[in-house]
Design a protein around this ligand. Structure first.
Ligand code: ADP
Length: 362
């Protein structure tokens, strides 16, 4: 099959070039004959018309044969070094266009082609890789959202059905209604977080730059958890430096503190301790949120900033694994840094570094 195609290709190439060879051979033969007859006249050599006709024929067919050999050789070279890589590249591009992102083009040996083709091949492979990872993220995201929605929806459905039972005692009715409210709040919170994350990732939120006292904001956010630490007997400790000004989007940064505080209280058992501190380190305002909670292993710590990741499933109903993904995105937008140190059974410390207001530093 392959040999037949090759032969057809050679025949096609020969027929393409034949007219050209014949014309070139004719012109060269005429020139050579003119040259030979002029030379023979000048040298006084008498050439017969038979001699000239034989020389003309020999020149003509020699030119045809040699040109043909060189053209076939050049054609094969072109086929190997140009047409073959172009064919591989266009086949891969077509597969990518049809949604097959697993396709990869093998680079061509250096001696066999121009470097430019390998550069194009590298680009095509990178495009396919990028598209494949975007596709995985998209399908994972859809799967995660669907999974996260299923539990609260099932709760709403079950308790909704139970609420229709006639003659329910008032206390039970209130419990069922509370379960429906909690599940729908979870759903609403998840949707809000997904929308926020989506807008942050698509750069639809342009951070505002207000200059404000970071310590005051931290205290305000922390105080929102007063009822939690009082109810659960959690000791608190605050060490907030005064007059630390930052130029940042206050609303976005409050998202960071709220998520870190809510996690610290969520993962700390009764009688534990949660501390928050604010200090100045050079050009940065450094916030540390520390708890004596369950802590996390290095394997869990490596994934906590991923969307929908939940290392501790015992608290799964109190979150949806989007909190720290949001925190990371906001800190990145603010060009800050976030780090975590944690030991299982001992506790966790999150450290956030945000640039201070430049005028306040002078
Ligand atoms: P969720 O809202 O479900 O807790 P997050 O994105 O806020 O999601 O957190 C992701 C995971 O990070 C949690 O499931 C938990 O395993 C881990 N984590 C976050 N904060 C802490 C903490 N203070 N102590 C221990 N583990 C934590």
């Amino acid at each position: 099959m392959k040999e037949g195609r090759c032969l057809r290709w050679i025949l096609k190439a020969i027929s393409h070039y034949l007219t050209f060879f014949l014309l070139v051979a004719f012109v060269i033969t005429c020139c050579t004959m003119l040259f030979v007859s002029t030379l023979s006249e000048d040298l006084g050599i008498a050439l017969t018309s038979e001699n000239l006709a034989a020389a003309a024929k020999l020149t003509f067919w020699n030119v045809v044969l040699i040109s043909l050999i060189f053209t076939v050789i050049d054609g094969l070279r072109r086929k190997w070094t140009v047409e073959r890589p172009v064919q591989h590249i266009s086949e891969a591009a077509e597969k990518i266009a049809q949604g097959d992102f697993s396709v990869r083009v093998t680079p061509i040996a250096k001696f066999a082609t121009d470097d430019t083709f390998n550069e194009i091949i590298e680009c095509i492979n990178k495009i396919a890789e990028e598209l494949a990872s975007v596709e995985t993220l998209r399908t994972d995201f859809v799967a995660n959202v669907s999974h996260e929605m299923k539990t609260p929806l099932a709760v709403i459905q079950n308790y909704g059905t139970l609420l229709q039972t006639p003659d329910l005692p008032e206390q039970t009715r209130l419990e069922y209604a509370q379960a429906v409210t909690d599940a729908s709040r979870r759903l609403a919170d998840m949707m809000t977080n997904i929308l926020k994350l989506n807008r942050l990732e698509n750069q639809q939120i342009y951070p505002k730059s207000d200059t404000y006292d970071l310590g005051e904001q931290l205290c305000e956010c922390f105080l929102q958890y007063e009822s939690v630490w009082e109810r659960r007997g959690i000791e608190i400790d605050t060490d907030i430096e005064e007059n630390v000004l930052v130029s940042a989007d206050a609303e976005l940064l409050s998202l960071v503190w709220n998520n870190l505080f809510s996690n610290a209280f969520k993962f700390t058992e009764q009688g534990g301790k949660v501390s928050v501190s604010l200090s100045v380190e050079g050009a940065y305002a450094v916030v540390r949120v520390k708890d004596t909670g369950c802590g996390m292993s290095p394997e869990v710590g490596a994934h906590i900033f991923e969307k929908f990741y939940q290392g501790d499933t015992s608290h799964a109903t109190q979150g949806n694994g989007l909190g720290l993904a949001l925190v990371k995105r906001v800190v990145d937008i603010m060009q800050g840094e976030i780090a975590v140190e944690s030991t299982v059974g001992v506790g966790t410390t999150f450290t956030v570094r945000i640039r201070r207001n430049e005028h306040a530093m002078e």
